[in-house]
Design a protein around this ligand. Structure first.
Ligand SMILES: Nc1nc2c(ncn2[C@@H]2O[C@H](COP(=O)(O)OP(=O)(O)OP(=O)(O)O)[C@@H](O)[C@H]2O)c(=O)[nH]1
Length: 495
């Protein structure tokens, strides 16, 4: 069962429970059994699922709940909390500090995506102003050094490795020393993998760890390993001091439940997830928004966080205000393009709004997309203020289009293409119209102010279908109290 299906099944179980006229022991049990089944089918370890069920039953003691209590809400909240608890070991992992040298060692089975993830991790920090470096201590797989070298060169990250030396410990120590001397603040050591857990792998890992004394050991796990996740993660934890987990290939058709098991086995948090082969396809992992998304409620808080990441602070209130008024002008598009070029691909932000990223910034074609954006901006440079600030599509008549084409040295066809892009974006952003603007300190408030209309527009079509279309969504929201309650319940509240 893939993650989306898991979320769908849990949501359905909750909905069925909500449909019942009276919430009694039987209704609660049916709901919990349904959720248990869904979790087990998603490869979450049996013991975890059983514990979750027991905990919910402890929290929701129906006999003790006086009349007037909203039992549905209490149950829903308990389910949400327990799912979050499964993914939250209760203590954060070691977090490297910019400017202070940290050594981070990556471990995992062969093919889990370790080497790729090392580069993604380095690149992520480099974009934030760190000085990362990569050390290839994988002497087991021929070609591992070449792969790391290639990735590192592409991202302009210094690297260290050897074609001749066969002792991984020696390479690791030399690499770490060198980069410490060069004042790198994030030294990432990639270690060998094996096809399966075996003594030689663990012994080698232990030795590299002993010699380099990493501040953090990250266990990289392929999300598709299924029920084996718990044992695998535990085996790694027993050999080295795993402090964090990165789950890769979350973009595939994997059963994502393994992630929950890995957290339980290592008692370490998932800190990032890999969502593709490309360097940028790497997301910070946050439990609450993840569970919200898992339950199919969209991730507005994540979306708002991304806006924070890519839109400069001083522009945010203004941008949100304009979006809430439904005024997506060419100037806003221009400003957002500027942000994209400054901050790197914004694809991840837009991917949170269905249907967005695929067209403007298709995966793997970021260079072309950037060139296109620059082209569009050149054309917009030839526009008047009136044109940039207008929301009237009819303003852009033939003579204006011809003038812009001439002024920017582009074809009329290209200007029309740019305007089409603008119309497409404006249509999508218009869905934000009417949303209340969050005040400072409550950025997730947007999510709490959505009604069924907003929700139906932003939910992926298949999810909407699963819920039973617009009618189903309205019923669901009514049953659950209001959009406000629902989003709050699924973690849409302020963090
Ligand atoms: N779709 C997808 N593919 C990924 C992701 N992360 C890694 N991959 C791919 O998975 C394959 C294996 O990745 P590697 O980085 O070579 O794996 P490794 O664990 O380092 O392997 P060894 O060095 O042999 O131990 C490569 O084809 C990667 O491009 C991800 O998040 N999504």
């Amino acid at each position: 069962m893939v993650l989306a299906q898991l979320g769908g099944s849990i949501s359905r179980a909750i909905q069925q429970m909500s449909n019942a006229t009276i919430i009694d022991e039987k209704v609660l049990n049916d709901c919990l059994n349904e959720i248990t089944r869904a979790l087990l089918q998603s490869d979450v370890q049996f013991k975890l699922v059983r514990d979750m069920q027991t905990n919910i039953k402890k929290i929701v003691n129906l006999d003790d709940l006086a009349a007037g209590h909203n039992k549905r809400k209490i149950i829903q909240q308990a389910i949400f909390n327990e799912l979050c608890k499964m993914l939250d070991p209760g203590k954060p992992s070691f977090t490297p500090k910019k400017g202070k040298t940290s050594v981070v060692m990556f471990v995992g089975l062969q093919g889990s995506g370790k080497t790729t993830t090392c580069t993604k991790y380095a690149y992520y920090h480099q974009k934030k102003g760190w000085k990362p470096a990569l050390v290839c201590a994988d002497t087991f797989r021929a070609g591992a050094f070449d792969q790391l070298k290639q990735n590192a060169t592409k991202a302009k990250i210094p690297f260290y490795g050897s074609y001749m030396e066969s002792d991984p410990v020696k390479i690791a120590v030399e690499g770490v020393e060198r980069f410490k001397k060069e004042n790198c603040d994030l030294i990432i050591v990639d270690t060998s993998g094996r096809h399966k857990q075996e003594a030689a792998l663990f012994e080698e890992m232990r030795q590299v760890s002993e010699a380099t004394k990493p501040d953090l050991v990250i266990f990289v796990m392929d999300s598709s390993i299924g029920q084996a996740a718990f044992d695998q993660a535990q085996a790694f934890k027993q050999s080295v001091a795993v402090g964090a987990v990165i789950v890769t290939k979350m973009d595939g058709h994997a059963k994502g439940g393994g992630a929950l098991s890995a957290v339980a086995a290592t008692k370490s948090p998932v800190i990032f997830i890999g969502t593709g082969e490309h360097m940028d396809e790497f997301e910070v992992f946050d439990v609450k928004p993840f569970v919200s998304r898992l339950l199919g409620m969209g991730d507005w808080s994540g979306f708002m966080d991304k806006i924070h990441e890519v839109v400069p602070m001083d522009q945010q209130p203004e941008l949100l205000q304009k979006l809430s008024e439904g005024n997506f002008t060419l100037r806003i598009m221009y400003e957002q393009f500027q942000n994209i070029l400054k901050m790197g691909p914004i694809g991840q932000v837009f991917s949170m709004l269905p249907g967005f990223s695929a067209e403007l910034m298709p995966k793997g074609r970021e260079k072309e997309s950037q060139a296109k954006i620059k082209r569009y901006m050149t054309m917009m440079d030839s526009m008047t203020n009136e044109e940039l600030d207008s929301t009237n599509p009819k303003l852009m008549n033939e003579s204006r289009i011809m003038r812009i084409a001439r002024g920017s040295g582009h074809q009329v066809r290209e200007v029309m293409e740019m305007l089409e892009e603008y119309k497409r974006l404006a249509k999508i952003w218009s869905k934000m119209k009417g949303l209340k603007i969050p005040k400072k300190g409550e950025m997730s408030a947007l999510s709490r102010n959505m009604n069924a209309q907003h929700m139906s527009k932003v939910l992926p079509p298949q999810m909407l279908k699963q819920i039973g279309g617009m009618g189903g969504l309205q019923t669901l929201m009514k049953q659950m109290g209001s959009a406000k309650d629902m989003m709050g319940m699924f973690g849409g509240g302020d963090k």
